[in-house]
Design a protein. Structure first.
Length: 147
C-alpha cells in the first residue's frame, strides 16, 4: 500500500493489522481496507473531498455510510474504470434487526457498506455520493492508483 499522506497511510496500515487480528484470521476480513479512514469527517462532514491513495491488485476496499431509507438517507457510487476497480457487494447492518424483520415502521436505521476490489494496475476514480431523498448532499472522490 502507498498513500500520499504518510499519517493516513500509517493509520490505515495499523487499522488493517488490528482488523486482521480482530477477524481471527478470516482472509476476507484481513484484506479489507476501509476508505472511511482516509476521509476527514470532522466539522460535520460538509463539503466535497478528493483523496488520493495507492493499492495493490486484489485488495478489497470498503466504504461505510449512513443508511435510513424510510427517512431518505442512502448512498451511491460511480467508478471511472471498472477494469481497474470493481464493485463486489453492498452490505446492510441494521441497528434493530429484530424489529426490521418484524416490519416495524422506522426500524430500518442501518449502516450500509459498499465493497470494491482492485483488479489490475491502472488508475480509477471512485466517487461516493451521499444522498438524502435522492439528492446528492456530499460527494467524495477517491483517485486510486493500483500498482
Amino acid at each position: 500500500m502507498r498513500f500520499r499522506k504518510t499519517a493516513a497511510g500509517a493509520l490505515i496500515l495499523a487499522l488493517t493489522v488490528l482488523s486482521a487480528l480482530h477477524a481471527g484470521g478470516r482472509k476476507e476480513e484481513i484484506n479489507m481496507i476501509s476508505l472511511n479512514m482516509l476521509t476527514d469527517e470532522s466539522g460535520g462532514g460538509q463539503g466535497d473531498a478528493v483523496i488520493e491513495a495507492g493499492f495493490l491488485p486484489g485488495q478489497h476496499l470498503s466504504y461505510t455510510f449512513e443508511l435510513y431509507e424510510s427517512v431518505g438517507f442512502d448512498a451511491d457510487y460511480r467508478i471511472s474504470d471498472q477494469s481497474v476497480l470493481a464493485f463486489v457487494e453492498r452490505k446492510e447492518k441494521y441497528v434493530n434487526p429484530k424489529q426490521m424483520r418484524q416490519g416495524m415502521t422506522g426500524a430500518d436505521d442501518a449502516e450500509g457498506t459498499f465493497v470494491f476490489r482492485t483488479l489490475k494496475p491502472g488508475r480509477a476514480t471512485l466517487i461516493i455520493l451521499h444522498l438524502f431523498r435522492g439528492d446528492v448532499e456530499k460527494e467524495i472522490s477517491f483517485r486510486l492508483t493500483v500498482e
